[in-house]
Design a protein around this ligand. Structure first.
Ligand SMILES: Nc1nc2c(c(=O)[nH]1)N[C@H]1C(S)=C(S)[C@@H](COP(=O)(O)OP(=O)(O)OC[C@H]3O[C@@H](n4cnc5c(=O)[nH]c(N)nc54)[C@H](O)[C@@H]3O)O[C@H]1N2
Ligand SMILES: Nc1nc2c(c(=O)[nH]1)N[C@H]1C(S)=C(S)[C@@H](COP(=O)(O)OP(=O)(O)OC[C@H]3O[C@@H](n4cnc5c(=O)[nH]c(N)nc54)[C@H](O)[C@@H]3O)O[C@H]1N2
Ligand code: SF4
Ligand SMILES: [Mo]
Length: 706
């Protein structure tokens, strides 16, 4: 039985959603008008539940929503016109080769995405290093969870978003959710939080807004954006002062406590209240709730991570877990809720600037030798680490020896989603050559010299690794339109044209087998995972080094993945955001998501049901601020920062702090939140500060300023 047919029961294909990292199981059945979504109750993570995005996913397969044939532009200013596949691939190969010929291999850039399957992410990284021989490859995951990854690697010696399955959440005693809004971003996962509370556990939500998730909490703390680091230090201070540290755990399983303890002692609660705006009694209550049960968890998402100090901020929350012995034990620990469909796997297999497959480091000679042997190249020929995502985008079209002149983009829409987006758009327009592989005519694809229409989700098979570290099989359910080819076929076609006729299979199963070998012995070891096993076992948790190995749902129970097996404390200090309010820009802007739209909106803005639910951008602001500005509900507001100006209707709500406004980032044009955001980068993870910048807000026609 092939992998494709194994999951088909009475013409229902058992597969997973195209969107977020929860990777809900779903069934797809061929109906009179394309595919119908049916519940897949046997899949344990979501037990049949889906959000509206998953429910309406087949709409993006329809011909009206998508690209159906290659497009090329004859001159930079000319229109896109239809072309054949051979012509389009010739043009891309020539465009990439020309930049390389004139300026060297690093003049060609590659930008990938955390929505790509493991097979695609792996092939894209290999293509960059082996065919293009460029160091200049990174991906949108840098914008997503890179700070949590950096902090996890530092503390635990390994980065897997959740070191335990979601099913452990109802079995712990207290969960602190920091800057995470699953009620809108992963609705079927909310079940785990309500089960936790039904079992007598408590939920603390930390978010400057009273979100739908915060409404479920026993305690909601609403700090000023950008101050989570101080909040975590304040909690650790109280933990020490009140004698809640677990000295035996600290002695046996950690290193570096004295310096961390000293840093926390400098953050006394009154100081933390001044920085965060969270009253001391609320801070004390949070410590009481976290320390009362035997087991507890801290889960972070983009709120604390998308900050120019995101790595230290996550480090501070990890310190809290370690100091209280709430890590490396059953139903306890720190976890990051990764975001994109393959946000986890996408960072493990080589599209990140500094990584090789298996979560290996590009600077480790043994790792280079292992992967080079699988690829049949000389390790000396593998380039070194390249620029991070924003730095790469900032270097596009730069007329300098280290500028990037040609770009191959696969699985991202940075014109909408990158910070300081007007500048990024300008850099993209300055390229000598841009090729985009996409399923729809995204805002970025519309700027390309060549647009390659690719197959998606239900039209192809591949693996993804969910936020739990569970490697899953997404199965093909329907044939793609005749004009579309898979990303793997695109890479194969380009490789052949650029002198590599072999080594780039378009068969995902073949690519996965190669990935297994390349990852073998690495941190993220997939060697023992096969399509057949995934199908039989509802996914397999990595590391899984051999076919006999059961997989690893829970990490760190015996030892952490550091050389000495101990988790490492990191002493961290609070520091201000890259941009603090001032007379000219007196308010804070934070950004994020709404339930019915996904990311840059490239896919979900093409679905009628979702647009009806979330038709456009808005600026959420407190009634007192609205009164000060003299603005009424629905009136257009201008949000202005040092980068630029966005305009969207006011949405007045007591659910947000008075010093903060919020915009979702799903739309292009006038309401594009990222025109305003700050590309200040975290020094370790190179994550941009999407969650905090200083702004001025005015009525768009020019009213009072606030
Ligand atoms: N509907 C929907 N679901 C999605 C996505 C989508 O685009 N739409 N995208 C997927 C992806 S890739 C990701 S990464 C996840 C993201 O999932 P989440 O992290 O849950 O989503 P966000 O809305 O970006 O941010 C969460 C919360 O952080 C809060 N926040 C803002 N600033 C701060 C701060 O300084 N501190 C704290 N503590 N909180 C702050 C915001 O108010 C927001 O409610 O969602 C995934 N699921
Ligand atoms: N202001 C602000 N900005 C943010 C964030 C924020 O919280 N605030 N969050 C950031 C985060 S966490 C993320 S993850 C990014 C995401 O932002 P983007 O990287 O722009 O993510 P998507 O909109 O999902 O873009 C994916 C693109 O790939 C296409 N696509 C889908 N599947 C495939 C495929 O299989 N192959 C190919 N070739 N293309 C495919 C889609 O149609 C779409 O055009 O945004 C970041 N930007
Ligand atoms: S929660 Fe995520 S994976 Fe589940 S249906 Fe919604 S978008 Fe899809
Ligand atoms: Mo993300």
């Amino acid at each position: 039985m092939s992998a494709d047919t194994a999951g088909t029961v009475s013409s229902i294909t058992q597969t997973h959603c195209p969107y977020c990292a929860l990777q809900c199981g779903m069934g797809l059945r061929r109906g009179a008008h394309g595919l119908d979504v049916v519940p897949r109750e046997a899949f344990p993570v979501n037990r049949g539940a889906l959000c509206g995005k998953g429910q309406n996913a087949p709409a993006v397969l329809a011909s009206g929503a998508r690209l159906t044939g290659p497009l090329v532009r004859d001159t930079r200013e000319g229109p896109l016109r239809p072309a054949t596949w051979p012509e389009a691939l010739d043009r891309v190969a020539a465009g990439l080769a020309a930049a390389r010929g004139r300026h060297g291999p690093d003049a060609v850039g590659v930008f990938g995405g955390g929505g790509l399957t493991n097979e695609k992410a792996y092939a894209l990284g290999k293509f960059a290093r082996v065919v293009l021989r460029t160091s200049q490859i990174d991906y949108n995951g840098r914008f997503c969870m890179s700070s949590a990854a950096a902090a996890g690697n530092k503390a635990f010696g390994l980065d897997r978003g959740l070191p335990f399955p979601l099913a452990d959440i109802p079995r712990t005693g207290c969960v602190i959710l920091v800057g995470s809004n699953p009620a809108e971003t992963m609705p079927p996962a909310v079940r785990y939080l309500t089960e936790l509370r039904a079992n007598g556990g408590t939920l603390i939500v930390i978010d400057p807004r009273r979100t739908r998730t915060a409404e479920l909490a026993d305690l909601h703390l609403a700090p000023r954006p950008g101050t989570d680091l101080a909040l975590a230090l304040g909690m650790l201070h109280l933990v020490v002062a009140q004698g809640h540290t677990d000295e035996a755990f600290i002695a046996e399983r950690t290193s570096g406590w004295p310096a961390t303890r000293a840093a926390a002692m400098a953050h006394w609660p009154e100081l933390v209240e001044r920085i965060t705006g969270v009253p001391v009694p609320a801070l004390r209550e949070a410590v009481r709730m976290f320390c009362a049960p035997q087991a507890a968890m801290v889960l972070t998402a983009r709120g604390p991570e998308q900050q120019a100090k995101g790595t230290d901020t996550v480090g501070a929350w990890i310190n809290l877990c370690l100091a209280t012995g709430r890590a490396g034990r059953p139903y306890s620990g720190y976890g990051c809720l990764t975001g994109q469909g393959n946000g986890q796997g996408g960072r493990e297999h080589g599209q990140k600037a500094d990584q090789l497959p298996g979560y290996r480091s590009l600077t480790d000679p043994a790792a280079r030798a292992h992967v080079a042997a699988v690829w049949g190249v000389d390790p000396a020929d593998l380039p070194g680490p390249g620029r991070s995502a924003y730095e790469l985008l900032d270097a596009l079209g730069r007329d300098a020896p280290d500028g990037i002149r040609a770009l191959l983009l696969m699985g991202s829409n940075p014109v909408v989603s990158a910070p300081r987006a007007a500048h990024v758009e300008q850099r993209i327009r300055a390229l000598d050559f841009l090729a985009v592989c996409d399923v729809v005519a995204s805002e970025t694809a519309l700027l390309a010299d060549v647009v390659l229409p690719v197959t998606q989700w239900a039209e192809e098979t591949g693996t993804l690794t969910s936020l739990e570290g569970r490697v899953l099989l997404r199965r093909k359910a329907v044939d793609p339109p005749p004009g579309c080819r898979s990303d793997l076929a695109v890479l194969g076609g380009l490789a052949a044209r650029l002198g590599h006729p072999t080594g780039f299979s378009e068969d995902p199963a073949e690519v996965f087998d190669e990935l297994r070998r390349a990852s073998a012995g690495g941190v993220a070891d997939y060697a023992g995972i096969t399509y057949g096993r995934i199908a039989a076992e509802d996914g397999v948790f990595w590391p899984c080094p051999t076919p006999e190995h059961p997989g690893t749902p829970r990490l760190f129970l015996d030892r952490f993945a550091t050389p000495d097996g101990r988790a490492r404390f990191t002493p961290v200090e609070h520091r201000p955001s890259a941009e603090e309010p001032c007379a000219e820009y007196p308010l804070l802007l934070t950004t994020g998501r709404v339930l019915a739209q996904y990311q840059s909106g490239a896919q979900t803005r093409r679905v009628a049901e979702l647009n009806a639910a979330a038709p456009g951008p808005f600026v959420q602001l407190h009634p007192r601020l609205a009164a000060r500005l003299g603005v009424a509900e629905g009136e257009p507001l201008a949000v202005v920062s040092r980068r630029g100006r966005a305009v969207a209707p006011a949405r007045i709500s007591t659910d947000i702090r008075q010093d903060t406004v919020f915009m979702p980032f799903h739309w292009p044009g006038e309401g594009r939140a990222n025109t305003v955001t700050n590309p200040a980068l975290d020094p370790t993870s190179r994550m941009p500060e999407f969650k905090v910048c200083a702004v001025r807000v005015t009525r768009a026609e020019g009213g009072a300023e606030g």
